[in-house]
Design a protein around this ligand. Structure first.
Ligand code: GDP
Ligand code: IMO
Ligand code: MG
Length: 431
């Protein structure tokens, strides 16, 4: 397979960063195609920890081309800080190794302010629990045709016109929230200053990638968030503001849909969610506490405690379908070590009826009761296992049952945060 898309198949934080980093050895180009610095992808290489938000996880390897595609919303000030942090960890980042699509919309400071103000003003039940990074308002401006895009930074007159267009919308909105109008000149000055840092990385990404594809180069697409946070197929309105499912990979960089050869879904061996919204298998007891502690379930971006629960096979079967997942990477199996009994959700009950999918209406989603199947746990450690033979029989049975229930095979298994603690079953890049 030439090109592989990696997507989260739950509510994010499935371990995409680790797997993208691992797979990037086999790839030539690694692209982000949606989301922004709401993402937090953690890589651990020989004990050294890298936390990436806007940068593709391929940057750490060196010798690869990393790409920020047009489907992303980009905060240029955040990006420059992140580049400085990662460079300080010894990683080389140059315009030869990082490209940003010229048609990428920018996240401006007013987007973050608006995002946070809305969240603060929201009442119980309407709060989303966003990362506060301005993602939603930036995407609103994109579809509203009033974004400032990377290419606009190159020309002063265009930049002024784009800023004025955005402010025509934002100033009345800010007035309604009791905010001062935007200081236009200060914003322009900030943009002009950052332009010199960003423009060296700007490129017609669609063209570069189409040429790479023709030249037989391997492209790895790095999804952010997870399918249940997708703007269309997630638990709306408790979602992010972009399409995160695999179909977005092509649109988000400017390749045709035929460019996608294999979709790898990243699936945590249990379930977590950060932020508000329905979560049928959520555990608010000792087991939930234990999953959170063993799995170090605190957000990479906001530091918030992640909600934890049992594995939901019904949901993952659904997300594997909406992303056309060919194989999954099952992560954090080691976190389940020592549980006497494990539960897997195989369907829901709602108003006396059984469902084999999550109903669409938010009100129904909130009332779904999970139907569980129980499996024996294992007491031996799976942590750091690098081959099937190192796994206890019950752990293998748990993995096999998951495959059956989600109707999708395991291609990779991850047993610790470390890059090399990964079991390869089927190479997504293999022909
Ligand atoms: P992402 O957003 O999908 O990239 O995931 P995050 O990086 O936000 O969260 C996953 C966390 O789990 C990170 O701290 C990883 O280092 C860690 N992790 C990834 N795979 C494994 C695994 O197999 N076992 C354990 N124990 N931790 C893992
Ligand atoms: P990675 O790539 C987990 C969640 C937020 C909130 C909702 C909307 O690390 O898996 P937003 O700021 O996007 O408008 O917030 O989406 N969210 C994530 N949850 N992992 C992420 O990214 C997330 N990115 C956004 O918590 O519920
Ligand atoms: Mg994360």
């Amino acid at each position: 397979m030439a090109n592989v898309v990696v997507v989260g198949a739950q509510w994010g934080d499935e371990g995409k960063g680790k797997i993208v980093d691992w797979l990037s050895e086999r790839a030539d180009v690694i692209c982000r195609f949606q989301g922004g610095h709401n993402a937090g992808h953690t890589l651990v290489i020989d004990g050294k920890v890298y936390k990436l938000h806007a940068l593709p996880s391929g940057v750490v390897r060196g010798g690869k081309l990393s790409v920020i595609g047009n489907g992303v919303v980009l905060d240029p000030w955040h990006l420059m800080k992140e580049i400085a942090t990662i460079r300080a960890q010894g990683v080389e980042i140059t315009p030869e190794t990082l490209m940003i699509a010229e048609n990428t919309p920018l996240i401006l400071p007013i987007h973050g302010e608006l995002d946070r103000a809305r969240e603060e003003a929201a009442s119980k039940g309407t709060k989303i629990g966003t990362t506060g990074r301005g993602i939603g308002p930036a995407y609103e401006d994109k579809v509203g045709r009033r974004s400032v895009r990377v290419a606009d930074l190159a020309d002063r007159a265009t930049l002024e016109a784009r800023v004025d267009r955005a402010l025509q919308h934002h100033d009345p909105l800010r007035k309604g929230l009791g905010f001062e109008p935007v200081d236009r000149d200060a914003l322009l000055a900030q943009l002009i200053e950052i332009a010199d840092h960003i423009l060296p990385f700007a490129a017609p990404v669609w063209k570069v990638l189409n040429e790479k594809r023709k030249a037989g180069k391997r492209i790895l697409f790095e999804g952010a968030q997870g399918a249940l946070l997708d703007i269309d197929f997630g638990t709306y309105p408790f979602v992010t503001s972009s399409n995160v499912i695999a179909g977005q990979a092509a649109t988000g960089v400017g390749l045709g849909p035929g460019a996608i050869d294999y979709v790898l879904g990243i699936v945590k061996a249990y379930t977590t969610r950060v932020g508000e919204g329905p979560f049928p298998t959520e555990l608010e007891d000792e087991d939930g506490q234990r999953l959170g502690e063993r799995g170090h379930e605190f957000g990479t971006t906001t530091g918030r405690k992640r909600r934890c629960g049992w594995f939901d096979a019904c949901l993952v079967r659904q997300t594997c379908a909406t992303s056309g997942v060919n194989g999954i990477s099952l992560t954090k199996l080691d976190v389940l070590d020592g549980f006497e009994t494990l539960k897997i959700c195989v369907g829901y009950e709602l108003d006396g009826q059984r469902y084999d999918y999550l109903p669409t209406a938010a009100e129904e989603q909130a009332r779904c009761t999970p139907i569980y199947e129980e499996m024996p746990g294992w007491s031996d450690s799976t942590e750091g296992a690098r081959s099937w033979v190192d796994l206890p029989a019950e752990a293998i049975k748990y993995v096999r049952r998951i495959e059956e229930l989600i109707e999708c095979p395991v291609a990779l298994l991850s047993t610790s945060p470390e890059r090399e603690d990964t079991i390869l079953v089927t190479d997504p890049f293999a022909d």
